[in-house]
Design a protein around this ligand. Structure first.
Ligand code: IPM
Ligand code: MG
Length: 366
């Protein structure tokens, strides 16, 4: 199979982790007889430094022409980097929001899994984490507060700011459908998260999710208020399978969910539209404090590449091989600094990537 991939290394640790994910993809292609071509595209601070804007029209066109996009991370230290002296719509994050919108990537899948091998890194008490947990946050990504009208103005000498939270029923329906579809392939459980005791947008959300649920009688649906969900994630994370929620709630809850796994450096994500196209990136940020130090954990990006093989290219066998290689390396006790625990062997970003490449097995060896 010929795979045309746009690579966005981005900022901070982005270039280091993407290089390792590419090495894993290259070896997988070699073992399974595929041909990968990459085109590098600038986004975020890296684009600001070269073009003066966080995302160019050419970059969008390149991404649209590809089969999928593999991204590292964008952004810098908001208190120190000159990028944050620019107006808000010229900062690194604006580029990310724009590419999500331009590519119509309304469905953001963020799995949060407790890896058996890393259970010691989980900050939850043993009796809460025992038995493990495996949830997926289905976050709406191109609507809500992130894309509503906003302004800052002064009235009678007093400064005001407004952000608008809007959802149409169509926007809610299409993400709900994605949530129920993926639940069908998992434990058939959807928890829809909203703030329907206060917000109109949440009351519409709940009504539309109920309508969609009628088409999925085999999937159990429950509703949960977002503040309660924040609590339940640390109290009893095993109760969740698919969490279906709007953009802002999903942003916050996905950070919390990844933290309770104890290993945010392990968590992948996929942003999808209605076709097979997707943008794949780790759930973590650009960690500017360790950029260039060969200390980053490349596993989240490698697992994002595996999600790309699975969701955009239907290459399940290849994706399974990548996932197995990651597990094998962890089982042998290799760790990057973020997931290090006593008795394990610490390695840098490059060495972790090399070990995973080395553990990849071709189809015939299985
Ligand atoms: C994320 C990030 C982004 C978001 C930022 C960088 C704009 O936090 O992908 O979760 O808020 O969506
Ligand atoms: Mg976030």
């Amino acid at each position: 199979m010929k795979l045309n991939i746009v690579c966005i290394p981005g900022d901070g640790i982005g270039p280091e982790i993407v290089a390792q994910a590419r090495a894993v993809l290259d070896r997988t292609a070699e073992l399974y007889g595929h041909e990968m071509t990459y085109k590098e595209v600038l986004l975020g601070g890296a684009s600001i430094d070269v073009h003066g804007v966080p995302l160019t029209e050419e970059a969008i066109a390149d991404a649209k022409a590809a089969d999928a996009v593999l991204m590292g991370s964008i952004g810098g230290d908001t208190t120190k980097s000159p990028w944050y002296k620019l107006p808000p719509d010229k900062r690194p994050e604006a580029g990310l929001l724009r590419i999500r919108k331009a590519l119509g990537l309304f469905a953001n899948l963020r799995p949060a899994v407790l890896y058996e091998e890393l259970a010691d890194a989980c900050p939850l008490r043993q009796e809460i984490r025992q038995g493990g947990f495996d949830m997926l946050i289905m976050r709406e990504l191109t609507g809500g507060l992130y894309f509503g009208e906003r302004k800052t103005y002064t009235e009678n000498g007093m400064r005001h700011a407004v952000d608008t939270l809007t959802y149409s029923e169509e926007e809610i329906r299409r993400i709900a459908v994605k949530g129920f579809e993926i639940a069908r392939k998992r434990k058939k459980k959807v928890t829809s998260v909203d703030k329907a005791n206060v917000l109109d947008s949440s009351r519409l959300w709940r009504a539309i999710v109920e309508e969609v649920a009628v088409e999925y009688p085999d999937v159990a649906l429950s509703h949960m208020l977002v503040d309660n969900c924040a609590m339940q994630l640390v109290k009893d994370p095993a109760q969740f399978d698919v969490i279906l929620t709007e953009n802002m709630f999903g942003d916050i809850l996905s950070d919390e969910a990844s933290m309770v796994t104890g290993s945010i450096g392990m968590l992948a994500s996929a942003s999808l539209n209605d076709t097979k196209f997707g943008l794949y990136e780790p759930s973590h940020g650009s960690a500017p404090d360790i950029a260039g130090a060969d200390a980053a954990n490349p596993i989240a990006t490698i697992l994002s590449a595996s999600m790309m093989l699975r969701y955009s290219f239907d290459l399940d066998r290849e994706a399974d091989a990548v996932d197995r290689a990651v597990k094998a390396v962890l089982q042998e006790g290799w760790r990057t600094a973020d997931i290090m625990s006593p008795g394990c062997r610490q390695v840098g970003c490059r060495e972790m990537g090399r070990l995973i490449v080395e553990h990849l097995e071709g189809g015939e060896q299985r």
